[in-house]
Design a protein. Structure first.
Lengths: 159, 159, 159, 159, 159, 159
């Protein structure tokens, strides 16, 4: 289990994502956190901003085997080009499970080398989603306990 | 259990909502039905129209402890300002349950005084959603048994 | 069980749809595959293109009791006008099940003659959705095993 | 769609089962209601009693194409021997759906001729289960609205 | 919302149950925690022991409006006899939700005065079940964080 | 990701289990397949027989990093004693997901070093369960495609 990849929109990164990164970093040799985007979709933060927020959010955790990057395209294409065969996914709820299950089959059909492992969301953060976070931020609610400090600061500037 | 709040888009109110209002009104002293909206989203009815439709729809039920209002912002902010600590939610299906479960955690983290109670949708109305209702209305289908009469009339004028 | 109808957006038809058509055609006398659309929604293919793709995709299967058409409006209105009382639905996952369950109740309330039967998605194709297919196509991924050949060709022309 | 089979323990038959029988009888030419049992399991009623209760419960419905029988063994073996290729299943909840989905795959693997169709439980009876009925009966609760009259009478004699 | 009832086997009480009791006690005037049992089922603790464990487990919480008792029979019969019309249920997962939803319909059919409210399990304790607790205890695992101290002590004596 | 453990009753091993073993063996350095049992439960095969059936079933796969053993007790105790911190779980359906999610939290609370990864069941085998297999075997149904040949032979001798 040399290299693994944890992908998502991370618009923005939440404590739910941080939790998965920390745990995945322990069980694989190298972990790439990959910000995915599509030119046709609207995001609050640019891919570069999202990468920076992830880096700042995990800076103090001492995770030496984690890198962050961004990419537009099929996740599995990126994985194959960079010799990564393992995808890490966080699963919060039943709806996540079914989506991830279908995605893992699709990805495995595109490239049979690709395997997906799911980590069960930690109880303390399984209710957090980037969508909720943005909703609360727009209405000036507190993001304490939902997103790391760099995100709390940056999201206020944006909105 | 003095005051409680039942929030939603109510765009428009359905017999599913009416059922929850009737039942919630029995178990709390005061019930506020709060029409929520976001300036960035599109609705069929204005907040004022939705409040009026709710009031007309429950007018004949004799629910003396129910008030209706509207608000843009975080539901829990409104609740705290008006000294309401109880949120009432209707649960139709598994997807509702998971969404409401996450929302109740988020709200409880924003203000620890806030508690959420879920009522199980009545079998006779658990299949109704405002989205279905609008879809049917657009195609001139019958709304008998789905929404109260005032909504049946008003929705035809709109479309 | 004379006539039945299998409706959907089919934007585009996938091997998941083909599987349901084949199985439904075996258990009913006549099967109408009906492409549904709404003028207010955006699709990749026009209704006529989708009908053509379905016809080409099932051409070699020798299904003599299957017809394909398109319609804008309530599915059950079409069914009643054409003397069809049976709707066929494919169910892939829990979220499908809940949606279809609510839809079948709504349709049965609109016209009590309407009955809905669900077929369980075949394991080999239960992960496929038109949305996934378009996502992969946009990123030049392989659609082998996901959609019939006519769709593979046509979707490349479109994108 | 000539012949179909609706199987179960029916220990005892409930209004949920009756609803499925009525609806299935409309969409197939012949319906066999088959009481299944296993010598190693414990039941409240004998197979013969359960057959009788089903017959009495549907006697007044005028369903001329419905027969009732019982069998110990694999449902699909019985189906093949009697030239029945269609299984009818009622689906009340998500847990039912998943179980039925797996069963339909298993049965289809045993005999590829076998197809399973699911009917969505009617909202008015989707909460009823034979287990609940027996629990209530043991505690002298009212079975009105849960099981047909012949079952109400017989279950009191048993307990 | 004068009187409410929270029922269960409580074999034994866990921190999940304690959490629901604390929260329910805040939103109703009087809360009865009712240990239910059936003479035909096997339990680790007797009804009297379970009542005592509940009382000891909540003794330090200062919940003056909570009483504990036990009963064999239909929960709703007890409720009606004692003039209680509200049932409180904790919901941990999708399977709980579906079971509780069906139960609330059954109970409401037995007595239309009965209403059920569901509380969403707290993230920190939503994974705990009495069954897991007994399994761990049998294998000498630590029950720290799963059950209150009185249960930790008593369960060791039993096993 | 040095050592991982895949636990279960394996009574008996199915092609679903074999699929998980093959895939897990690829992503970890060493995989221990651990047959768990409880003296108070009834099984078809003894722990020793189950170990032998697993070994025979995977013999031809050339998995050099897989060992098989059995154990009565808490899975995590065994893991800690043998310096294994990773548990591998297969997830077939929503009900599996919820059970595994709760188990992973419990195990992580017992020993914080323990991490659980879930693999999504392969579509071709996600409907198979040991319980179904035994049910079919008892009724002399074909186990082709459900369990490896050594199990097909041995199960006939048993029943």
């Amino acid at each position: 289990m040399n290299k693994a990849m944890y992908t998502g929109s991370f618009d923005p990164i939440t404590f739910g994502h941080v939790n998965i990164i920390k745990r995945a970093a322990k069980i694989v040799d190298e972990l790439l956190v990959l910000v995915c985007f599509s030119a046709s979709k609207q995001y609050l933060f640019s891919p570069e901003e999202r990468v920076a927020l992830i880096q700042e959010s995990i800076a103090t955790l001492g995770l030496k085997n984690v890198k962050v990057s961004f990419y537009e395209g099929l996740v599995v294409d990126y994985a194959m080009k960079h010799n990564i065969s393992l995808l890490v996914r966080g699963m919060r709820a039943v709806s996540d499970f079914e989506h991830e299950s279908a995605m893992s089959r699709i990805n495995n059909e595109l490239y049979s080398e690709i395997e997906t492992i799911g980590l069960f969301s930690d109880p303390g953060v399984s209710h957090i989603s980037s969508r909720f976070v943005k909703e609360i931020a727009k209405n000036n609610g507190s993001l304490q306990g939902l997103v790391p400090e760099p995100v709390q600061i940056k999201i206020k500037e944006k909105l």
